[in-house]
Ligand binder design. Structure first.
Ligand code: E4P
Length: 226
């Protein structure tokens, strides 16, 4: 499983990338806009926090393939190694994915809500496909089912494209896509942190700490006793 952070909040990225095995960061126009500061500064700051070479997925905002390709070329110079252009799966987007993949870009096809969109993007050469799980669940769809179908399709068609599952609002969704065989997930900070949180773990650790302190003294660790 490869974990990404789905945010443009550099303070959150710095804190969580220090704690968790994060392979990179994904952004989208909404996440960038939420920061209310210059786009270039945000991208530079994310790059500084995650380091050179870590994956950074930045979405193009043009509507036609020519514009998207030009954006991706310019972003590639700006973002550096590990840059992945995110391209939505419109008809022009598929055209851009074909062209960018031919130029050697590792494209992330985004805004995917059906398995056929993912299949088309993969055949067009996308390196990653980003199906939106929660957005489907919110309208009575089945995001996990779509992910499972994509996993199955890529397997039976022997496509090397990876799934970068996206749009999560709870831990169960993340568990279900992992069980379905998805390769990676991009998570908002609160969902990433919730993945390992459990009251039984907290009470278990508190019990260990109390027993230890009673026997060996407050604040002493194993290293103090050998
Ligand atoms: C994925 O590429 C998007 O950035 C994102 O995961 C969408 O998530 P949302 O539905 O929480 O906006």
């Amino acid at each position: 499983m490869i974990y990404f952070l789905d945010t443009a909040d550099t303070a959150a990225i710095a804190r969580l990338a220090d704690l968790y095995p994060i392979a990179g960061v994904t952004t989208n126009p909404t996440l960038i806009a939420r920061e209310k500061r210059p786009f270039a500064d945000i991208i530079k700051d994310i790059r500084a926090v995650i380091g050179d070479g870590a994956m950074l997925h930045v979405q193009v905002t043009g509507n036609d393939a020519d514009t998207m390709v030009a954006e991706a070329r310019k972003l590639a110079d700006f973002v550096g190694a590990g840059f992945h252009p995110k391209v939505p799966v419109t008809a022009e987007g598929i055209k851009a994915i074909r062209r960018l993949s031919g130029l050697g870009f590792r494209v992330t096809a985004t805004a995917i809500v059906t398995a056929q969109q993912a299949l088309m993007a993969a055949v067009a050469g996308a390196a990653f496909t980003a199906p939106y799980v929660n957005r489907l669940d919110m309208i009575g769809g089945d995001g996990v089912r779509v992910v499972a179908d994509i996993v199955h399709l890529f397997r039976i068609h022997a496509l090397p494209t990876r799934l970068l599952t996206a749009s999560f609002k709870n831990v169960q969704q993340v568990h279900d896509i992992a069980m379905a065989g998805a390769h990676s997930a991009t998570l908002p900070p609160d969902i990433l942190e919730a993945l390992i949180r459990h009251p039984l773990t907290d009470s278990g650790i508190a019990g260990f700490a109390a027993d230890w302190a009673a026997a060996y003294g407050e604040g002493r660790t194993t290293a103090d006793l050998i």
